[in-house]
Design a protein around this ligand. Sequence first.
Ligand code: WTA
Length: 668
Amino acid sequence: MSTATNTASTIESVLVENRVFPPDERASKGARISSMAAYEALRKEAETDPDGFWAKRAREKLVWTKPFTRVLDESNAPFYRWFDDGELNASANCLDRHIGTPAENKTAIIFEADDGSVTQISYKDLLTRVSQFANALKQEGIGKGDRVIIYMPMTIEGVIAMQACARIGATHSVVFGGFSAKALQERIIDAGAVAVITANYQLRGGKELPLKSIVDEGIALGGCESIKTVLVYERTLGNWNRVEGRDKTFTEVLEGQNTHCEPTPVGAEHPLFILYTSGSTGKPKGVQHSTGGYLLWARMTMEWTFDIRPEDVFWCTADIGWITGHTYVAYGPLAAGATQVIFEGIPTYPNAGRFWQMIERHKVSVFYTAPTAIRSLIKAADSDEKVHPKNWNLSSLRILGSVGEPINPEAWVWYHKNVGGEKCPIVDTFWQTENGGHLITPLPGATPLVPGSCTLPLPGIAAAIVDETGKDIPNGSGGMLVVKRPWPSMIRTIWNDPERFKKAYFPAEMGGTIYLAGDGAVRDAKTGYFRITGRIDDVLNVSGHRMGTMEIESALVAKTDMVAEAAVVGRPDELTGEAICAFVVLKRPRPTGDEAKAIAKELRDWVAKEIGPIAKPKDIRFGDNLPKTRSGKIMRRLLRSIAKGEAITQDTSTLENPAILEQLAQAN
Ligand code: WTA
């Protein structure tokens, strides 16, 4: 494993921002955690009696059909179990729980479509629609323990599909609508899914993009015999091809369905979902989450991090295809009984003022988005005054959030000033697919903010920075981020691969029970605040999307008629955080000029087909060879320097073919 220092750092900021921003009174007044003393007290309580701390909250915040008597079971570590003799249902906790309370007629979702039209749905009506869809799933023979792939656009129907699976105890696996047929097929096979829920088309930025035909293509690639049903939501009037006996529309299966569906109780450890994410090898990992612990964390973090209140309008811009869209769209806001906005489109259509216009229109009070989006909107506002946030009334905002990648201080300060009017705390939330919800984040009513720092761990999160052997590293020096104690919403296993789970997250060198995040971090010598320095493994973060370098390499070398060898690294990018840079050796002589351009395009399109457009390399450089040691190992750290355009200062004496560096540095 490499160390934090030789990874491509994504924070290459020119602005050093040392100002401290104390919480604004509007955020701290009446907040659940309204001072650092209150935070400290909670942290201490969780540390002194973790079982008592979590048991109390699990009883208070969740409805159990069978109460649990055990809290944390560590007997088979690192396969930790939480509340495992208790039973509950996630959908009942998100919907039924509000019936008969003042929230019953409250708006659950304000949906704004790509074209700007708006639909609202109350908690009561959402429950009816989820129940009917759950009954339809049952009628299709889908039940507890079955895996269902959801390949849907950002719509109310996407959330209904997830909630309906949860209601009948089926484990969903949402695949982001930007993934390819091949990526979809791999996930169907790995999950052993019995059904796919999809839409005929998705609407984004005024364009109608096919989804159903990609499902057909994926299944046709083979090995998907487990799929018995494909359910199609007709989002548009567009034509699609029906496979008789397998495909049905939403309208057909919903016809005459009962509006009541008794939620199926499941054990707290029952897998609520599997979500595939990139790791250090070519094969994506099926991150398995529980029902009880996961939902508890979704609810708690809505309260702690967003200090969610009954009158809030919450808007998380993440797609349901990512973990942020699971925890902070499909489950957290509903478990907390909040009103939330769901947006189908993209931030730049019809223009880059769309987010600001929507905040004004729906009076959004808590807004949660990714640094990449902010950076692209800064750029747009700089070049066109008409899309600058100052053109809209954003005074409804109370709290701003950031997620998915480090937020550079320039973007932070702009977001704070121009969107938050210098009144809204920014919660820079650090967490991962594997964590279920926030790990390290400011609390809006308590934590003094430092731009570029995710500040301090939530109560109960034993975050630390250690060296390769698990030994603590003093504040002020960089090391590997770990969590030393289990927490309720942590990953339970990798679907179908418990050995990989142990190896990837609980390294034996550290004792086998400490969670290794895969990120480098450093704590401030004075405040103890955490700053994330970037991944220490072969995972890139492009526009807040996780991509494995090996995954892209595997895709490239799968083009066997052309590619002999490929190595992929990241380099810092102003807009996307990191950019994908591929070094390729072809089976033919090294191309130059127009030929190189044409082949690069062909390879980019190939990667888009193998994985999805988000995995397309930005740079492709061709060489006669790659820099290798005498034993044949590719020297990636040299490639990282070349990708960045840096002079090579590292020792190259172990290199078999030093001349190759010059060639690659010049190739473009
Ligand atoms: C990065 C997204 C710095 C980090 C929720 C992590 C961050 C990876 C932050 C997980 C942040 C996420 N500051 N880096 N606030 N949030 N990351 O699984 O490298 O898609 O390991 O989960 O994103 O990405 P994932």
